[in-house]
Design a protein around this ligand. Sequence first.
Ligand code: FAD
Length: 462
Amino acid sequence: MSKLESVETLVIGSGPGGYVAALRSSQLGMKTAIIERSQLGGVCTHVGCIPSKALIAESHRYHLLQEFYPADAAVSFKDAQLFKQGIVNKQAGGVHYLLKTAGVSILEGEARLVDEHTAIIKQMGQEQTITFKYAILATGSRPIELQAFPFGGRVLSSTEALSLPEAPASLVVIGGGYIGMELGQMYAKFGTKVTILEGGERVLPGFEAKLAAPVAKQLKADGIDIVTGATAGKMVQNSASITLHYSKNGEQHQVTAEYALVTVGRKPNTDGELGLDRIGLNVSGRGLIGTDKQCRTAIPHIFAIGDITAGPALAHKASYEAKVAAEAIAGYASEVDYKAIPLVVFSSPELASVGLSETEAQAKAIPVVVGKAPFAINGRALALRETEGFVKVVADPISGIVIGAQIVGVEASTLISELALAIEMGATVEDLAMTINPHPTLGEVIMEAAENAVRKMMLKSK
Ligand code: FAD
């Protein structure tokens, strides 16, 4: 076994957590290495955010062409896959370039911790050791596999669903969370007959019912069958199709499709070879590593970030923690503050939420003032033929400080950033209402929702 040089910061995993941590660590003057067992960029770049959004954007363009200019609708799913792969390659190349130019050593192979300051890197039968002063664990997560529906054959995880060579004639999605909705709607737009089986009362349970409703309506308009309160029980598959048996209200039903896509959540990569047990680092029942406000684990010089820690499994949460962990190692007093992590569903219409919702405030008996405005009469939304949805701003009723916001509608994913900034800066609804927005733009709807809240506060104080 050969020994590599020793580093100050060793980062394990190169997703949006790991590569951002390595960059920041190196930029702050620490000798840094990053280890990746698969592809630089992690899940987000290769089988998550980037390829899914590329295919979703293509499906949107295809759908629009079909709807408004059918004679020109020449885009095929194969073209969309090529487009997607091009983008993935560019992004992965970008990660490599950034790490290289920042002076980070990139090591290929699987990392295993053998003691609190040593890891073994295994690649193609070869083993090397590396020693470190600090480590940042960023090993991410993988799709949860259901015992009754193991991946393989006609049962897909999100990873395979992103790489089908053709849009299937039919698809059953098990799980009504955001990944299932996004991929299901993407395929529906390419002409696939999609059925969604969800165990709960409605799809997108993480969002307020009124917010998720326009999305559910559009999913139905796209020809998607949504079966709620459904428990998938068993499957029978052959070389061409799969039949899923499920129960609903005590009755047995079945649905047959070309593929079944299982999207019931993700499992942290904290088991297996990583060796947490060897260094005495415990994980929760769900496999998550506990951390403090600086992303420090129970072993003070070892940090953990991203999908292996508590909180939403999202790329921007991983990158945010990455910066905090690297800065903490460099001796800065950086700490995480999760009050403004945006959650986005890239459905049509898009869904986005940041901070507290009205429903959460009610459940916690927190008094709030809520301002709301629709896209329906916004000039830009009309021009874009995207008038569905609304913006909701949630604020403290006395100070007007923004504590949450939700958007369902066109470009919700982009618009939510202004509201995240408002929360981060401690801005008030008056600040949002008095910000001069260019006309005609979608941002005016945020301004109007804030004006609505300000009006309510003014009337109450009279
Ligand atoms: P990962 O991106 O999972 O990266 C971890 C890396 O560590 C992997 O490359 C893995 O190979 C490597 N690794 C693991 N163990 C070892 C080891 N022992 N040695 C060496 N390397 C190791 N999030 C969003 O914010 N927006 C979205 O739109 C979005 N869309 C998504 C769509 C899909 C279909 C999926 C599946 C996920 C999506 N996500 C999205 C979630 C997002 O991809 C994850 O939250 C994010 O990738 C987590 O980043 P991470 O750095 O924690 O880990």
